[in-house]
Ligand binder design. Sequence first.
Ligand SMILES: N[C@@H](CCC(=O)N[C@@H](CS)C(=O)NCC(=O)O)C(=O)O
Length: 278
Amino acid sequence: METLSRERAHGGEQVVCRHRSESTGTEMVFSVFVPPHAPGARLPVVWFLSGLSCTHANVTEKGEYRRVCAELGLVFVAPDTSPRGEGVPDDPDGAYDFGLGAGFYLDAVRAPFVEHYRMRRYVLDELPALIAAEFPVDLSRQGITGHSMGGHGALTLGLSNPNRFRAVSAFAPIVAPSQVPWGQKAFAGYLGSDRALWRRHDAVALIEDGARVPALLVDQGDADPFLTEQLRPELLREACAQAGIALTLRLQPGYTHSYYFVSSFMDDHLRWHAQRLG
Ligand SMILES: N[C@@H](CCC(=O)N[C@@H](CS)C(=O)NCC(=O)O)C(=O)O
C-alpha cells in the first residue's frame, strides 16, 4: 500500500492511499479519515460508498464529515466506485452510468466485466482486511452509508450482512435498481438476464425476500432531479412498512442530488451511526 497524501485535519489525519487489489486486478485508491484517539485504541468505522461518476475524492473534498468524525471518534473510509486503468472495460459510449465510475457494488458475472468489476468483494472483504491491518479500526463496530448508487451499495451490503453492519443509512439512494433505468442498464450489463440474481442486489427485493435490519435512516432531497425516475424512495417505504423495518425517511425540502445536500445531513448520519456503534 502506498500513501498518496496525509494531512492533519481536526486533530486527526486525512489519508489517501493506493494499493494493488486482488479483487479487481487493478490499482485502487481510497481515502481514510482517522480521528484523534488514544494510543492503542481501536475505533468504529463508517464506510461511505459514493455515487455515479465519483471517486473517493468527491466525498473527501465535499462531504464535510471530518469535524463530526473527530468529535465522535469515527474512522471514515471512502472507496472508489469502480476499477480503473488499462484494460478495464467501460461503457461502449462512455456514458457516466455504466462502467468506469459505476461499479454498482456487485461482482459482475458477464464478459468482459467479470474480470475486473468485483466491487462487492472489494468493499466487503479485501478493503476491510487492509484497513484493519493499516489503521486503528475495530471491525466489530462497522456502519455503512452512501450516496445514490452508493446508497444502493450501502442498503444492499447492509441488508445482506446484518451481523457485520450495525448501522445502515443512505443519502438519496437507488432503492430498487431492478425497477429503474440506471439499475436495469447496470444489472443487464454486469449480471445478464437472470432476474433472481438481480434481486440479490436490489434493496427493495432483498427486503421482500426476507432480509432484515433493525433500522434505516434515509435522507432524500425533494428537488433532486433523479427522484421520481431513478430513486423512488416510496418503494423502500412500502417494503419497510411490510417488513416491520424501522425506516426513518426524511424528504428534505429544496435539496437536490448534490454534495450540498449530502454534506447538509452528514452530521445527522454520523451521529446516528455513532449511537449504534457504541
Ligand atoms: N450530472 C452528473 C450525473 C451523475 C451524478 O449526478 N452523480 C452524482 C452521484 S449519482 C454525484 O455525486 N456526482 C459528483 C458530484 O456531485 O461531486 C455527471 O454527469 O457527473
